[in-house]
Ligand binder design. Sequence first.
Ligand code: ZN
Length: 158
Amino acid sequence: MVGKESKKKEIGILNPEYQSLNAKKSISPERIESAIHPVMFDADYARTFLVVALHGHLPACPWCKRPISGRQYDRFAQLKKIVCKQCGRKFNAFTGTIFSGANLEPRQLIGLILFIYFGFNTTRVAKYLGISPRAAATWLNKFKAARILKEAKKRTED
Ligand SMILES: [Zn+2]
């Protein structure tokens, strides 16, 4: 069993700054930028990337922390709802994360963070992702509230 600290290090996204967002799991633009590759826009790859970036390789129930394994892990990795064998609560890989309730594809979510990180305005973000400007603005505000764009701001000031 990998220790909690090394698991955090492995995930590389659990910077406390990014975790202040109502204690929700999130992902930094830097983490995504470090993984940019054309394959990232493959739907399956993008989904796996997000699930691993958010949860590492040892995901657990967001409430009781029971580890998810076997066939449940397969469903979890597919972003399907699973029922915890210990506490009985339903969740998926986005539950308790900044993407909770998102109705966008994983590759759209990745693009969303990257485009906002690059400083694109909501009109461009909406256009490139095929979403409404209002939806783009909602996500931008969500990320601002989550402070995951703090580093992006610093980056553009450099
Ligand atoms: Zn549970």
